[in-house]
Design a protein around this ligand. Structure first.
Ligand code: F0G
Length: 423
């Protein structure tokens, strides 16, 4: 019996979940609908099911809530998940103006970003369907993750379309080392995204961008795992960076389903954060969630979210409205300062996560997020993927938290002098 189907997001058309398609015949985005009635578990039974899987890898532990129709023997896993949920200390509380902050560090996944949560689902499903080639357009993290999971699955070749010169060296190195075919195109992410859709529509290649609704199901695990770690105590806010808008859609869908199943008893609010350089959802929010007006995304330290025409716009707006959500935008200075403050706490985060963190600060200054509210910030990738942004920030003494390297003679006296130590 099939427990999953694909459905247009307005509820119109339905398709078999094993059909390879990313939109309805009318061009609408699809989402997976799970037949939770047929699974027939009470809220308490769901909690027991999640708890029972504690020893298993996160995707397997949560599988019935994510992809119940996927046979376990088809799973391609790199042991993603079980990422830390840090409780921010006094220094961070003071800087961000919120007393109760939890940092869900998705950069602690196997390829150092949250993308592994969706890729374990997407590549396992590709394995289940028996496809031979997978592809994506990427700002660097999706490609790294897809390449790793495809490499781990003997039968899959991977192809990535990248905006040349617009992703970090480390991200590119990941896709290359995992053996993907990498194409650097003289365009931006939005240009790559358009081409990969045309390519995969024409050839037998399975598209693994977040417009693939199977991948989104895997990403629901982030919010779910955070809530599980908090013993189902719902925070007031989830704060998340937004690029192509897949992850905020996944976060919303997962929490919405948990709420509808009675597994949680309260709806959190969701804050999506963009940079000023690429802010189409923020503009929509400001205009009462107006239709998407794509923008030409400008250069930003948060290169993974340099996206002006987010594919999952409609899904994201629907979830944000459901959770009484807000959008905020932040400047380059704000996001790099916020990143530097968290890095200096020993938690290495990427500039895209810095965007979410700066959003938390801005929303607390505006009074939208109150000092005594509880906020979970989704940190989406590890700082180690973005070393040139870090170098650039810290070598400029004008930056608020710059920590510049002091050049010194290789001599004990010179070292003592530089450090201000007594001889
Ligand atoms: N943070 C990081 C580190 C990302 O890599 C991305 C997206 C996002 C946030 C935003 O997530 O697109 O679902 O809204 N990176 C994609 C990629 C676009 O190709 O790696 P989103």
């Amino acid at each position: 019996m099939s427990l999953m189907k694909l459905q247009g997001i307005s509820g119109s058309e339905e398709y078999d979940s094993k059909e390879i398609r990313y939109r309805t015949d009318n061009g609408e985005l699809l989402e997976v609908i799970i037949d939770f009635d047929a699974i027939d578990r009470s809220a308490g039974e769901w909690k027991k099911y999640f708890e029972k899987g504690k020893q298993k890898t996160a995707f397997v532990r949560y599988k019935d809530f994510l992809l119940p129709d996927l046979p376990e023997e088809k799973i391609v896993t790199l042991n993603e998940g079980d990422t830390p949920l840090y409780n921010a200390g006094k220094k961070l509380q003071d800087y961000f103006g919120v007393k109760n902050i939890f940092l869900k560090h998705e950069g602690m996944n196997p390829t150092l970003s949250f993308k592994d949560r969706g890729m374990v689902a997407g590549v396992s499903w590709a394995n289940f369907l028996g496809v031979k080639r997978v592809a994506c357009a990427s700002t660097g993290d999706t490609s790294a993750s897809m390449a790793a999971y495809a490499a781990n699955c003997d039968s899959l070749e991977s192809l990535v379309l990248l905006p040349e010169g617009k992703i970090s060296f480390e991200q590119l190195s990941q896709a290359v080392s995992y053996g993907a075919t990498t194409l650097g195109l003289k365009t931006d992410f939005d240009g790559c995204m358009k081409l990969v859709q045309e390519l995969t529509a024409k050839h037998k290649i399975y598209l693994l961008n977040s417009m693939n609704s199977i991948r989104i199901e895997g990403q629901k695990a982030i919010g779910l795992e955070a809530l599980h770690q908090m013993n189902w105590e719902v925070p007031d806010w989830f704060v998340i960076p937004v690029g192509n808008a897949g992850n905020v859609s996944a976060l919303g869908k997962g929490i919405r389903e948990l709420y509808e199943l009675g597994i949680i008893d309260k709806k959190p609010r969701i804050a999506g954060i963009e940079t000023e350089a690429a802010n189409p959802l923020y503009e929509s929010f400001k205009n009462d969630w107006a239709e998407l007006v794509p923008v030409k995304a400008k250069k930003t330290f948060a290169s993974a979210i340099q996206i002006g025409n987010p594919v999952s716009f409609k899904k994201a707006v629907r979830e944000l409205k459901y959770f009484n959500g807000v959008m905020e935008e932040v400047s380059e200075e704000e996001l790099m300062d916020a990143k530097a403050v968290v890095d200096a706490d020993g938690i290495a985060v990427c500039p895209n996560s810095g965007t979410a963190l700066a959003g938390l600060k801005k929303l607390s200054e505006k009074g939208t997020i109150k000092e005594d509210e509880k906020a979970v910030v989704i940190l989406t990738a590890h700082g180690a993927k973005f070393s040139s942004a870090i170098q650039e920030y810290h070598k400029n003494k004008g930056n608020r938290f710059a920590n510049t390297t002091k050049i010194c003679e290789a001599d004990l006296k010179a070292i003592e002098k530089t450090l201000g130590l007594q001889e």
